[in-house]
Design a protein around this ligand. Structure first.
Ligand SMILES: [Zn+2]
Length: 246
């Protein structure tokens, strides 16, 4: 890798936090939240930025991983692939991100807060809409029932948040082993994630092989407002994929 491809050491903290990608040989997992033209939020991208980001990732990192193949016991892919994920089930994902995903041929994984699905249809996707996503080849996972910080709950509540939301996705959408993403990237402390469930953290998780740490898979992000650094980030992630790869 050329030196000028590296992310500089004095890059802003949100960029430094994003630099660690996947464990060598394992899929890069990106997480997004809002995709909206006017919403001003630190995790929000405009549709134009999202489109540019996805195009950059596909060009400078690698093709999208089909979320149907994302499983706790999956074999690592033969080349760099990226799993595109969205947290919180925002309805703007449907309105603004989906047309771009379709145009670029990317299938994504949407983590829904199952207790909110359909509760406020102007803000959150309904079960019918989530079912439509799965029918179109996307996948839906659990982001717990109520999106509270799991470690702050009693053990029984932690168990309910995980088990009930996984069951809701499984029953309503016919997915025998839905994936899970922890709110705020905070894994449970008092309840077990069911064996065989692939569970995602955030940038707080370390890059490790999915088979070694299936309940704390690292995800990283395209820092909002740092478009000029995205191509370098992608090339750095790609370099990490090959580095020390068997
Ligand atoms: Zn969330």
């Amino acid at each position: 890798m050329r030196l000028d491809d590296r992310i500089p050491r004095d890059a802003p903290p949100d960029v430094r936090t994003a630099v660690a990608g996947a464990a060598p040989g394992w899929p890069l997992v990106l997480y997004f939240h809002h995709v909206h033209p006017t919403l001003d939020h630190y995790t929000s991208l405009t549709p134009a930025s999202f489109e540019r980001g996805l195009e950059t990732v596909l060009a400078d990192y690698g093709p999208a991983l089909d979320p149907a193949s994302a499983e706790a016991d999956m074999a690592p892919p033969a080349a760099p692939t990226v799993l595109v994920t969205f947290d919180d089930g925002h309805r703007d994902n449907l309105d603004h991100a989906l047309p771009i995903l379709d145009r670029l041929g990317v299938r994504a994984l949407f983590f829904a807060i199952t207790g909110l699905a359909g509760e406020a249809p102007d803000r959150s996707m309904t079960w019918d809409e989530l079912r439509g996503l799965t029918a179109a080849g996307h996948r839906v996972g659990s982001h717990t029932v109520t999106h509270r910080k799991l470690p702050e709950l009693a053990a029984a509540e932690q168990h309910e948040e995980i088990a009930e939301s996984l069951a809701a996705v499984g029953d309503r959408l016919g997915d025998p082993r839905p994936p899970l993403a922890y709110p705020y990237g905070m894994p449970p402390t008092g309840a077990a994630v069911p064996p065989g469930t692939l569970a995602f953290g955030t940038v707080k998780a370390r890059p490790r092989p999915w088979t070694a740490a299936p309940h704390d898979v690292r995800r990283t992000y395209l820092p909002v407002g740092r478009e000029q650094l995205w191509p370098r980030l992608c090339r750095e992630w790609r370099q990490q994929w090959w580095h020390a790869s068997p």
